[in-house]
Design a protein around this ligand. Sequence first.
Ligand code: FMN
Length: 250
Amino acid sequence: MAAPRWKTIVERALLKDSKQNTIQLATLDRDAARFGVDLIPRVRSHVFRRFLSSPNTPSLPLIITSTDIRSAKATQLTEVSHKAELVWWLESTVQQLRIICDVYVVPSPKHPLASKFQELLLESSPSSALSIFRDKDWEADRVDLFRSMSPRMKASWCRPIPGSQLSPNENLKNWPTEIHDPAEGHSEGDKNSPEYEEAQRHWEFALENFATIIIDPLEVDYVDAKMKAIFRKKYSEDRGMIWEEEELVL
Ligand SMILES: Cc1cc2nc3c(=O)[nH]c(=O)nc-3n(C[C@H](O)[C@H](O)[C@H](O)COP(=O)(O)O)c2cc1C
């Protein structure tokens, strides 16, 4: 069992240019009545963080990104459908991948949606990539992912609710611009200082809002436009942990 061909395509393109780490993720939104429909697609950019695959089952990798649990997409993925599609445009190799996927949101264990993720994890089909990671410590993984973010990026999880109206009285200067682990910048003696308390409050609030997003790919539509004859292929996971390949008309 080898890594799927589509994953190798992405890895090769990232080796050529690691800046191609922006993917677009489309979900379904029920807030659609004003457009005269029950559901409307919503799409947005995400930073690809890494692949997660098991050495025993490299054919079923997961894709990891992150979000703010208060964002609209988290509601769409948990309340409307966890089926989504992502598109990855790889400019350096002139390739496009469109990936139909199951998407799971992993919030802080204190968040009401944490039990929903645990349920989905337990119910995951034994042939899914997610089920391979049923025993993984997803909370430790979430904290590690948060720690890997830059101090400026960490501060983005400390803002008011994403997408909420910016109040005219809101002073943007009061929002922290960087967040650091209070344990790293302060000695034992500092622990009662107002600076330490503020740093601790910001760290905890940002970490509470931070969520891992797990993308479990189900089907990949691949277009290679760099060849003289542009070609298109479909990779489908046949639920037997093997990806089948089929050539398509462009
Ligand atoms: C280059 C780029 C990368 C982004 N990466 C992320 C990301 O990794 N996670 C995220 O939640 N939002 C990311 N965003 C912001 C989203 O695209 C989006 O504007 C925001 O999350 C609100 O989306 P929502 O209202 O549909 O939840 C990124 C935006 C840009 C322009």
